[in-house]
Design a protein around this ligand. Sequence first.
Ligand code: GLU
Length: 260
Amino acid sequence: MNSPTKKRIVLKIGSNTLTRETNHISRGKIEDIARQIEALKESYEFIVVSSGAIAAAKQFVNLESNGKEIYVKQALASIGQLHLMRIYQENFRELGLLISQCLLSYSDFKSNTSKENIVNTINILLENEYIPIINENDTVATDEIKFGDNDKLAAMTAALLKADLLIIATNTNGIYTKASLQSEQPETIKEVIGFESLIQEVADGKSSHGTGGMKSKVDAVEIASKAGIETWIVNGLKENFIVEAVKNTSAFTTIKPKNL
Ligand code: GLU
């Protein structure tokens, strides 16, 4: 059951945010996320969808690929997931926040039994004030490794868990207008109603948006919108990006579903 008093937020943090666009996981960024979740916890409950397993592993190991790049990435994800969760746990615990790990794949969203299990587990975690941290189960699936960086997984999770809001952290101040990109003075689109309007706006936009680029953001927004969920695309590289968006004091894009 959703909390009667708290809004449920699914927060998607991609590898580019977690590494602050470097080659290693940024403890500072994870600390920044923990601090914000702590600051907002009276009114919001968070489900975090986090990539970064492969990036974490690359700090420690170098596996030969011999042309089997995707398998190597899966192996790196398996090695790095523990390091990633350790870094989350160390930083969240400092602030008294409890975390748990859930590894999911797209196929889990096709089976009614799996879906029921996901919902029941995550609801119990949230009721007990644990913050579920979800990543793709990269041993059994490669969808998000190949394309997407967990954008779609986050939207599917938001729909299944009846979230009130999906926040996708990326490396730009939301979506920029086509005209402003052409003139190289990016200007954020504040609000669009319906994902169809977003498609029109970004059809040939050229800003960079993580490994999935803009396409996986649009796919994610479509899934969330169809489930009646609002999506915010925010700049995860900025300090305090969640709190600033909640207070509406930063530039970000809101995509409202048509039926709200
Ligand atoms: N599940 C992968 C990871 O956590 C996603 C890889 C990515 O696209 O960054 O590393």
